[in-house]
Design a protein around this ligand. Structure first.
Ligand SMILES: O=C(O)CCC(=O)C(=O)O
Ligand SMILES: [Fe+2]
Length: 291
């Protein structure tokens, strides 16, 4: 298998600075394979894809859909997606679409080492000495992968690919193709900054769960994707989340020195439910957890 070192750029960690964290081995073939699998799935006839809609899917962990929150949006987001919540290989074997299953499982599997490394690194700044079982279930207790497909949009000025939002994750590992269109909002200037596709790299987003667990020391990154009038685009984010049944709040290590908690303890699944009830709306969701 071809292995080449992978550039990691961590964006907007605290004050709008984007920098490279470390270099590690990652089989780039796995990334090519999951991107090809994404194209294969979305190229299926609509009857095939429709087997995985909310109404038809045999599992609540597998969902094909359009847009984000169609009933709440003023203009539909120009995006189709297949969302896969990972339970086990056996469950995936049974319910995930054959056409992209193995490639997606491999992508998750190969990403785990990198995720641990990133979380250990981020944890150090929070006085978290090691990723023991408790911390693991808070930071990386569940995994969701989305295969995103943004079709060419005839009127790209009238809508967006994805509206401005932050992710509910602790970390998001985002693989994008070469088309471009992802923007992040600089905390320092408030300006939108394009995240240019760099072959063989991931974009790593800090998500809301990390903001809450770190008592606001790490800020989740606001981002959006513009609609594109000329090209189809794909992306494949892995959302590294707390376990749905975890109670998340500022970590004891963070507030041990007397720091005032600014977030309350909330059930993670309640937070996620709240997030998905409304249209994308910037970073307001995280205020739900404020004291
Ligand atoms: O497609 C992208 O680059 C970003 C997708 C995204 O923000 C998401 O799925 O939450
Ligand atoms: Fe996102």
């Amino acid at each position: 298998m071809r292995t080449e070192s992978l550039k990691l750029s961590v964006m907007l960690l605290r004050n709008g600075v984007s920098f490279k964290l470390s270099i590690m081995e990652f089989p780039l073939e796995v990334l090519d394979d999951v991107k090809a699998a994404t194209h294969r799935f979305f190229n299926l006839p609509v009857e095939e894809k429709s087997k995985f809609t909310k109404e038809n899917s045999l599992s609540t962990n597998v969902r094909f859909g359009t847009s984000f929150s169609p009933r709440a949006e003023k203009a539909l987001e120009w995006k189709d997606y297949l969302s896969l919540f990972f339970v086990s290989e056996a469950e995936a074997e049974q319910f995930w679409p054959d056409i992209c299953r193995n490639e997606t499982l491999e992508y998750i599997d190969k990403s785990k080492k990198m995720v641990r490394k990133l979380l250990e690194y981020l944890g150090k700044n929070l006085n978290v000495k090691e990723l023991d079982e408790t911390k693991e279930s808070l930071f990386m207790g569940s995994i969701r992968v989305n295969l995103n497909y943004y079709p060419i949009c005839p009127n790209p000025d009238l809508t967006v690919g994805v509206g401005r939002h932050s992710d509910v994750s602790s970390l998001t590992i985002l693989l994008q193709d070469q088309i471009g269109g992802l923007h992040v909002r600089s905390l320092a200037s408030g300006n939108w900054v394009h995240v240019p596709p760099v072959p063989g790299s991931f974009v790593i987003n800090i998500g809301d769960a990390m903001q809450i667990l770190s008592n606001g020391r790490y800020k989740s990154v606001e981002h959006r994707v513009l609609a594109n009038g000329n090209n189809n685009r794909i992306s494949v984010p892995i959302f590294v989340n707390p376990k749905p049944e975890s109670v998340i709040g500022p970590l004891p290590e963070v507030i041990a020195n007397g720091e005032e908690p600014i977030y309350r303890d909330i059930l993670y699944s309640d937070y996620v439910r709240y997030f998905f009830r409304k249209a994308h709306d910037g970073k307001k969701t995280v205020d739900y957890a404020k004291i």
